[in-house]
Design a protein around this ligand. Structure first.
Ligand code: ZN
Length: 196
């Protein structure tokens, strides 16, 4: 399958996922102005981990998980964080990419749709950003932390909202996690920053 075919199939699976999750529909409407950006692939070690161990999916999330695994070799994977910030093991088993947004595989200014994968046994430390965020779990599970809120173990189809500039963190235990995440509001092109 070509990169464009794999990513177009993935975009359709992500749109179906958005349509199926009431929290996602309430957070933002699906962008109508998406344009293919022909962005080159950027490989990272995370591709092997995601392919070998994508995590348990639900019946509802399996089409999106499978589309993500199929698209993984064609994606512009990013780290954003440095080894000094998160460590080598974290960088070897983590990666994210922008499916849609200001610098995504499909361009839009109205919403940012990103995908992240973390292997088992990783601590994603406290970080924050201006845009409001809604996480969804596609496969696997993890413990989500949000300042001044209870920790939550989230599984496929479950979501968590992070307010603007609210520090949050995540811990994977014995499972990996594959997430699809929405950002809305000012600062859509920003990177998250580690909390001080
Ligand atoms: Zn975040």
């Amino acid at each position: 399958m070509s990169a464009r075919a794999a990513l177009t199939h993935l975009l359709e699976a992500a749109r179906d996922w958005h349509e199926a999750l009431p929290e996602f529909r309430a957070f933002a409407s699906w962008p109508e102005d998406l344009r293919w950006a022909d962005r080159p692939a950027h490989a990272l070690p995370v591709i092997d981990h995601l392919t070998r161990d994508p995590g348990h999916a639900s019946d509802q999330s399996q089409p999106l998980r499978d589309a993500l695994v199929a698209a993984a070799p064609h994606v512009e994977w990013r780290h954003s964080y440095t080894e000094a910030e998160v460590g080598r093991d974290f960088l070897n088993r983590f990666g994210w990419f922008e499916l849609a947004g200001p610098s995504g595989h499909f361009l839009t200014q109205s919403l940012r749709v990103t995908v992240g994968y973390w292997g088992p046994g990783l601590d994603y430390g406290w970080h924050e950003h201006l845009p409001e965020e809604l996480y969804s779990v596609v496969s696997g599970r993890a413990l989500f932390h949000l300042r001044n809120a209870p920790d939550l173990m989230l599984e496929p189809g479950q979501t968590r909202f992070h307010p603007a500039n609210a520090p949050h963190a995540m811990t994977t235990l014995t499972d990996p996690i594959l997430t699809l995440v929405l950002w809305r509001g000012a600062g859509l092109g920003d990177d998250p920053r580690m909390s001080q």
